[in-house]
Design a protein. Structure first.
Length: 216
């Protein structure tokens, strides 16, 4: 497995891509990719893979057929047993979040204060099938979310996070970024099994923005 990964990274480097594995556990492998105009990604296979575009760009994908299309930020696509190669044929960098799903969680969203039900203004479903649900999560500057919970394990990819306070149903602090020493603020991923009832207060001047890929 390590040898395969090394070969893949060397091949990507030869084609000019910036590839970084952010997280790899028993559930998922999370990869962040930036390919610049003209960069090519050699032939590869997706078994059960969720792809979320993070930037607008134009792409050519060659599998059984060749297709060219404009990709918009937050566009999503699920790949199951697909083999293809790719090329950035536009004039802007293509940035992708790739989540390879290794197994099912067997959980669901049946709860009266589940996030999409209890805090719909902060949790927007941008993709859903029988394997995953993908949420775009935003909290405006100065906003405090309604109390809600997350019942499925998930990858959280942080697009932007500056100064937040996360508290439980009783007001107990779960996370205070001001108490952390040099915390990362963007472009990182964490794995969370599930989250009991909580609410986030965004104390910064910029929106909190996350992508949440939940496993069913």
């Amino acid at each position: 497995m390590k040898l395969v990964l090394v070969i893949a990274l060397l091949a990507a480097a030869a084609y000019g891509q910036d590839i970084k594995v952010l997280l790899d556990n028993d559930w998922v492998k999370v990869t962040h990719i930036i390919d610049r105009p003209g960069d090519k990604r050699p032939t590869h296979t997706h078994k059960d893979t969720m792809v979320v575009a993070l930037t607008d760009h134009r792409r050519r994908v060659i599998g059984k057929t060749a297709n060219e299309f404009d990709v918009k930020a937050y566009a999503t696509m699920w790949f199951a047993d697909v083999t293809h190669s790719e090329e950035n044929i536009g004039t802007t960098d293509g940035e992708l979040l790739i989540v390879d799903v290794k197994k099912r969680s067997g959980t669901n969203t049946e709860d009266p204060i589940e996030a999409v039900t209890a805090a719909p203004g902060n949790h927007k479903v941008i993709f859903e099938n029988d394997r995953v649900r993908v949420l775009s999560v935003t909290v405006a500057p100065g906003e405090k979310e309604p109390l809600h919970k997350h019942t499925m394990p998930a990858v959280i990819y942080v697009i932007s996070r500056e100064d937040i306070l996360d508290t439980d149903a009783n007001g107990k602090t779960l996370l205070d970024t001001r108490a952390l020493t040099d915390p990362p603020t963007k472009n990182f991923a964490v794995w969370i099994e599930n989250q009991p009832a909580h609410r986030v207060l965004n104390r910064s001047k910029d929106p909190l923005r996350l992508i949440r890929v939940e496993l069913k």
